[in-house]
Ligand binder design. Structure first.
Ligand code: NAD
Ligand code: DAU
Length: 361
């Protein structure tokens, strides 16, 4: 058995990763450490392929005592670190939470991992890996015509979220360089797919579209993201953990770079097909242009050459196939969406983020 500590495994990508890993690796046992913030839910962990190999621990990655006790209690060989505050708009409203979890939390985890790893007997064949899941936002924004982000693009984070992720990347790299901790980092572009909290663009548009609510497009809607289906990301992370070189970074992207407005219009067309009798069909009539995000990064794009050539990984979904699958999941799981929509904290977030932007009913 290989014991894998997954942090943030009740959130969007983390829970998809736990589903993926338990299904793909019969020898993997998962210790899932998650604080269950607004973004995490145990509902994301129902129907796991092998629940007997999954241990859930509710707790904070900033809690050094708890994190150290997990390393002592379980013989952890791999850490896959997802836990973070992740929404750029929230980082503009409350950067402090991002500094705490993304920087202090990553530091706490690194310290506990370093202690456990340096105390463990170095038996032949016994390997250790600390994998840090990061973002392409650490590279800043691309100007028109500029080449896509590669692993050597200088860091230039623009939002408080991106700045805290950049800080955490530097800490991880430093622990590899200074202490020899076997670390890898992956910097990935925008994910979408099942179980994504409906504050991010794609699930928000689906959830609002299904409810006949306005679809708020920031600014002119011509910002560009590099969209990756979440299952492809999970596969890429596990590929890096198994075959990536310690101390190295791998960029992960989807190779899909339409402007936001096109993504929203595509989703509207999918919803039209699923719900032709809806009173607000065509769904594109729900689109509203609203005030832009402060400091909004205009364009991201990922150069995937390294992970393709060195680790032979490439995404298997196009944006068209991924969006159809994603919309189908939200339609089949409307109870999951409605529960979030009924939460006071969610309604407060929508009011706070959108009421000042104008043009929203
Ligand atoms: P998410 O917001 O959906 O989930 C984050 C999870 O972390 C939640 O389950 C939450 O409860 C947990 N968490 C938050 N603070 C915690 C703490 N202090 N201690 C323990 N658990 C805590 O996030 P996501 O979109 O799944 O992103 C996961 C990781 O992937 C993040 O590190 C993010 O920076 C990175 N990433 C995300 C994307 C994307 O498009 N979503 C792209 C690239 C990288
Ligand atoms: O690039 C990877 C990053 O992608 C991750 O590291 C972040 O955790 C994740 O949140 C995501 O950041 P973005 O800011 O790109 O994602 P978001 O879904 O919030 O926004 C995507 C684009 O859509 C962005 O240009 C802003 C725009 N947008 C977003 C929302 C929520 C809108 O036009 N309207 C909206 O209501």
């Amino acid at each position: 058995m290989q014991t894998v500590l997954v942090t943030g495994g009740a959130g969007f990508i983390g829970s998809n990763f736990v589903h993926y890993l338990l299904g793909a690796e019969p020898q993997a046992r998962v210790i899932n450490l998650d604080a269950l913030t607004y973004a995490g839910s145990l509902e994301n962990l129902v129907d796991l392929p092998a629940p007997e190999r999954h241990i859930f621990v509710q707790g904070d990655i900033c809690d050094a005592g708890l994190v150290e006790s997990l390393f002592q209690q379980y013989e952890i060989q791999v850490v896959v670190h997802f836990a973070a505050e992740t929404h750029v708009d929230r980082s503009i409203v409350d950067p402090g939470a991002f500094v705490r979890t993304n920087i202090q939390g990553t530091y706490t985890l690194l310290e506990a991992a370093r202690k456990a790893w340096s105390a463990a007997p170095q038996a032949p064949g016994r390997t250790f890996r600390f994998h840090h899941v990061s973002t392409d936002e650490v590279y800043g924004a691309l100007k028109p015509g500029e080449p896509a982000f590669s692993e050597t693009t200088p860091y230039a984070p623009n939002s408080p979220y991106a700045a805290t992720k950049a800080a955490s990347d530097h800490l991880v790299r430093a622990y590899g360089h200074t202490f020899g901790l076997p670390v890898t980092i992956s910097n990935c572009s925008n994910n979408y797919g099942p179980r994504q909290y409906p504050e991010k663009l794609i699930p928000l548009m689906i959830a609002n579209g299904l409810a006949g609510r306005p679809l708020p497009v920031y600014g002119d809607g011509q910002q560009v993201r590099d969209w990756l289906y979440v299952e492809d990301h999970c596969q890429a992370i596990w590929t890096v953990v198994r075959r990536g070189v310690p101390g190295e970074t791998y960029n992960i992207g989807g190779g899909n770079q339409p402007p936001n407005l096109e993504v929203v219009e595509t989703l509207c067309a999918i919803l039209d097909e699923y719900q032709p009798a809806a009173p607000y069909c065509p769904h594109r009539s729900l689109i509203q242009f609203v005030a832009d995000r402060p400091g909004h990064d205009r364009r991201y794009a990922i150069d995937m050459t390294r992970i393709q050539q060195e680790l032979n990984w490439r995404p298997s979904h196009t944006l068209a196939s991924g969006l159809v699958k994603t919309a189908a999941w939200y339609l089949a799981n409307q109870g999951w969406v409605r529960k979030i929509q009924q939460q006071e904290s969610y309604q407060q977030w929508l009011a706070r983020n959108y009421s000042q932007r104008g043009d929203m009913k």
